[in-house]
Design a protein around this ligand. Structure first.
Ligand SMILES: C[S@@+](CC[C@H](N)C(=O)[O-])C[C@H]1O[C@@H](n2cnc3c(N)ncnc32)[C@H](O)[C@@H]1O
Length: 545
């Protein structure tokens, strides 16, 4: 296994088959939880507005069904007795419903995560307030109550106005556990408020302009040594108290002009604001909002978490070169931040769509400065055929990722009929308001004939697209190739350097796996929203504050 790996597949099996015992320093997981809705993925239109085209990426599986019964059976046979007892207890008072379906899905995964975590490691479980209390009981059992460190409340959004007859829900919970009591911890701080600074650091040093406060220089006798009781410049500490420092240290402070004197000659310590780290972070995080629809970080995944949140967790609970694991990776926030902060990482996701988005994010952000491996994607024709047979949508997402096209909702009727994906190309690179050309993509995993190309030509025209890409698992027939050529060529007018390209291009999966590319009149791809280029860490201000 390489240093940085992206796995496609169900995390339970990936963890069991690929991740060794005690090999991970930090785990962050953000499993999907949504009781009623399907998990949809929204993309942005080329003009930046939220797309009407939603892709069903993840059918809501949190209902008690045959898979839950199977997972429960597996748990009863293989999980440690205390967890089996807990699950039985939960089932007896909650019954078989969406919560218990969710919990039997989570239990074996949390057990695996406990196994792969190093003894110095930490785990952060991001959850929704409707499930956090059940998950906490489960985590207490698996990680041990004594290793519970915090329940972090993250304010993810600003106030809602349409809350109905209850208070607005604007927070998520993040459960923080460690594997043992000896774990990696890099204290993080938040800045002092203006009000606190004005009240506490109210003096300004003449000449330097530095803010400072004056602090008591005496200590309780109980905690002091005998060397701390002496006369300092004719002043003795009050009864039952001594000086905070021994005489030599006081002399050193005096030499450094760190001691100031009251009108009565009483010494006090000078404490500069610019030497104080800030307030140690507490368990309520208010300073990082979820990504707004106009955020430059946003990649179109509705559950995408802000990089600042992951940055805080990763900085606090890991060091450079440590291994970070996100088993529910989504569009890859954890791995992108881990890479930026010079950690090693492993990401897992069950949809090819997520894998495709993550590959784009990493490549767009780090360019050729990153090396990583993708495990679980088809690498040859037989693998591609197997995927097509197993799941048509997954095959489609994967095939679309080969040409970096974004998927279109299959269930949407009307204008999008016959279109599986779209790709936008900026034909005026460098201009602030780009002109884009549209390419529609159709993916076929079964038998194909000339009729398909004829219909596809109509689809391209109806979609007002400039070009069309027809991706097929099977080889096209000669009549298909001829029919495609009858569509002619496309070349954007008035663009210097643009070349003309076939309007309908047929590409086989085999050709794409061999590295063949779609032909474009000019190259600047704006299909997926580009991830921001990683800024050099050095010299950069801490983003959190
Ligand atoms: C809430 S999203 C994670 C979002 C992520 N934190 C981000 O910032 O983009 C949950 C992800 O878990 C994936 N997922 C759900 N069940 C899974 C499983 N059993 N194995 C691996 N991934 C899974 C879904 O495809 C989805 O992308």
């Amino acid at each position: 296994m390489g240093e940085n790996v992206l796995y496609y597949g169900d995390n339970l099996y990936i963890l069991r088959e690929h991740i060794s015992d005690e090999s991970v320093d930090l785990i962050y997981l953000d499993p999907p939880f949504n009781s009623n809705q399907s998990y949809n993925i929204l993309f942005r239109e080329e003009n930046g507005a939220a797309s009407a085209a939603q892709v069903r990426a993840f059918e809501d599986t949190w209902h008690w069904n045959a898979a839950s019964e199977e997972a429960l059976d597996d748990m009863m046979r293989n999980a440690p007795p205390h967890l089996v007892e807990l699950m039985n207890g939960l089932l007896s008072f909650l019954g078989r419903n969406q919560f218990t379906a969710y919990l039997v899905m989570m239990a074996p995964r949390l057990l695996e995560l406990h196994r792969v975590l190093k003894s110095t490691g930490s785990i952060y479980l991001h959850c929704d307030p409707t499930a956090s209390h059940y998950l906490k009981i489960m985590m207490d059992q698996i990680f041990d109550l004594g290793n519970f460190r915090n329940e972090i409340t993250w304010k993810r959004t600003t106030a809602h106005s349409n809350v109905g007859k209850r208070y607005g829900v604007i927070t998520d919970s993040i459960l923080f556990y460690t594997k043992t009591s000896s774990y990696t911890w890099n204290q993080q701080y938040s800045p002092y408020s203006e009000e606190y600074i004005k009240k506490t650091y109210r003096y300004i040093e003449q000449g330097t302009g530095r803010r400072y406060s004056s602090r008591d220089l005496t200590a309780s006798m109980q905690r002091a040594s005998s060397g701390q009781l002496y006369e300092w410049k004719g002043v003795r500490p009050p009864s039952s108290r001594c000086w905070s420092y021994a005489k030599e240290q006081m002399e050193k402070l005096e030499a450094e002009s760190r001691i100031i004197y009251s009108k009565t000659g009483y010494p006090r310590l000078k404490v500069y604001l610019d030497e104080m780290p800030g307030i140690p972070l507490q368990n309520i995080w208010l300073d990082m909002s979820a990504l707004s629809s106009w955020s430059s970080e946003r990649l179109g995944y509705p559950t995408q978490k802000p990089e600042a949140l992951l940055e805080r967790i990763i900085k606090t609970s890991s060091n450079e070169k440590d291994v970070i694991l996100d088993p529910f990776c989504g569009c890859g926030t954890t791995i992108a931040v881990a890479q930026r902060l010079k950690r090693k990482w492993t990401g897992i996701d069950i949809t090819h769509l997520a894998i495709a988005i993550m590959k784009n994010r990493l490549d767009d952000t780090f360019g050729n400065k990153i090396s990583y491996e993708v495990v679980g994607e088809p690498t040859d024709l037989s693998g591609a055929s197997a995927l097509a047979q197993q799941d048509r949508y997954q095959f489609q997402w994967w095939a679309l990722s080969l040409v970096k096209a974004r998927p279109v909702d299959q269930k949407k009727k009307g204008a999008d009929r016959g279109i599986d994906g779209v790709k936008y190309i900026n034909i005026t690179p460098g201009l602030k308001k780009p002109k884009v050309m549209k390419t529609v993509v159709q993916v076929k995993s079964g038998h194909v004939s000339v009729k398909d190309i004829r219909e596809f030509k109509t689809v391209i025209d109806n979609a007002k697209a400039e070009m069309g890409a027809f991706i097929t698992l099977n080889h096209p027939t000669n009549p298909m190739v001829k029919e495609a050529l009858t569509a002619g060529y496309y070349k954007p007018p008035d663009i210097i350097g643009a070349v003309q390209c076939p309007k309908v291009q047929i590409l086989t999966i085999e050709e794409l796996l061999d590295g063949k590319k779609l032909q474009y009149p000019i190259h600047e791809d704006m299909t997926f929203k580009k991830a921001e280029r990683a800024e050099e860490e050095q010299g950069k201000q801490d983003e959190l504050f």
